[in-house]
Design a protein around this ligand. Structure first.
Ligand SMILES: [Zn+2]
Length: 436
């Protein structure tokens, strides 16, 4: 079945498009984007009043399968993804067992093909068992379909291992995703080290913990000529290091999360464990530096670091709770408020950060509505009201720092390969749909 999306405001930064058009998807790919397309034997989706963009791509998702299916599965995580407007996610390697060998990559891809709602691009481990000792079979992982490698959840503390991984990945044509923290500087830390941690008497995670490793990896990227991608960058010093390295031609890219853009460490005074993640929410000066990086183009992508945990695991004292929050379903609404309504950037730049940028960084298909590209489209209703409640999540988990918030603007339909995988217009009552 082919799909015709009519009368949408098409915002596609890859072609500098922002105008009202129709989109025809045939056999899973974009066949035409034009005014008033006439087509027979197609399903029609009337997008009057909606914005159509290239499908969102999340570079940083923890799907938890295999091994921690009580938190999330490939099926539930990808359903949450399409509910958040994502047509593709890249799945981090720190599953149980970790994705450090071909068999795990193949299992993830097979399960995604069977029960997934969106595309899943596996990320392989840098080291066997994520132990930071022996390098995983990177060429094997690449051949099995991994689009990048990372020990995310942990840093690669061994600089020699990092150098060798960069050299291999350079040959394989994929980036190494770096989770930057110095475990020694971090020891026992549960939140950002600063005024609030002192006030609350909690052990802090200093900005220097991230910045020392970013500095090292920029140096190693320069040495090897390889591509390093900094995951969930959260500090002023780190964004500065990326900006300067790029100006010198070093192949370093970076992503930031919606929660680091929207929230500061002062929020932790509520002691909600849904404000505990790694890297932690930072002080205001860091948050402002991230906004500058968003505005000046230093930041390549917004990535969720969607990290589902079971309610019982988070329902403990702050110090004892696991790090991590979910983010797939709230990312757009949070960033639209923070960045576009907050006048940091215009809508096309936001779409670039959600779609085109991520596709560029990992050299993924998608991120564009050019003829012949993937028929992946996200439809946004910028006027719709979105109340985030514990019950509003499609994800198995509800450990979101944004529960209780009300937003304006949200994804309402998600098309993957020409197939409508999520449609709020049909799942909510017609009354609810008339939001204004
Ligand atoms: Zn991480």
């Amino acid at each position: 079945m082919n799909l015709l999306i009519t009368n949408a405001r098409v915002v596609d930064p890859s072609q500098e498009l922002d105008t009202t058009l129709d989109i025809l998807i045939e056999d899973g790919v974009i066949a035409r984007v034009d005014r008033r397309i006439k087509a027979a034997h197609v399903e029609t989706l009337d997008a009057t009043g909606l914005v159509a963009t290239p499908g969102f791509i999340d570079l940083h998702t923890h799907l938890r399968e295999p091994g921690q299916e009580h938190k999330e599965t490939i099926a539930t995580g990808t359903r949450a993804a399409v509910a958040g407007g994502y047509t593709a996610v890249s799945a981090m390697a720190n599953t149980v067992p970790p994705n450090d060998e071909r068999a795990v990559t193949e299992m993830v891809r097979a399960e995604a093909a069977r029960n997934g709602s969106c595309r899943v691009y596996p990320v392989g481990a840098v080291s066997k068992g994520l132990l930071g000792e022996e390098m995983a079979e990177l060429a094997d992982l690449r051949a099995a379909g991994c689009v990048a490698v990372s020990d995310d959840g942990k840093p690669v503390w061994n600089a020699q291992l990092m150098r060798r991984a960069l050299e291999y990945c350079s040959m394989l044509g994929i980036p190494v995703i770096a989770h930057e923290e110095d475990a020694n500087l971090n020891e026992g830390g549960v939140m950002h080290e600063g005024f609030t941690s002192t006030l609350l008497g909690m052990r802090g995670i200093p900005a220097a913990s991230e910045e020392t490793l970013v500095a090292r990896d920029v140096i190693l990227a320069r040495l090897t000529g390889a591509h390093v991608h900094i995951a969930h960058l959260s500090t002023a010093g780190a964004i500065d290091a990326v900006r300067r390295a790029r100006a010198e031609g070093v192949r370093v890219t970076c992503e930031v999360t919606p929660h680091h853009l929207a929230l500061g460490d002062d929020a932790v005074q509520s002691f909600s464990t849904n404000l505990k993640m790694n890297p932690p929410l930072r002080a205001e000066a860091h948050r402002r530096a991230l906004l500058e990086g968003i505005a000046d183009g230093t930041v390549d992508a917004i990535a969720t670091d969607h990290a589902p945990h079971h309610f019982d695991e988070k329902n403990v004292e702050f110090e004892l709770a696991p790090f991590g929050v979910i983010g797939l379903e709230t990312a757009f609404a949070v960033c639209y408020r923070q960045l576009v309504l907050g006048k940091v950037i215009a809508l096309p730049r936001l779409i670039d950060l959600f779609s085109c940028g991520p596709a560029r960084v990992f050299a993924l298909p998608g991120g564009t509505l050019k003829t012949g590209s993937l028929g992946d489209v996200t439809l946004l209703d910028l006027a719709a009201r979105y109340d985030v409640t514990r019950d509003s999540f499609v994800s198995k988990a509800a450990n979101s720092p944004f529960v209780g918030e009300s937003y304006q603007g949200r994804p309402v339909a998600t098309v993957v390969g020409g197939v409508v995988k999520h449609d709020l217009r049909t799942t909510s009552s017609p009354k609810k749909r008339k939001h204004k």
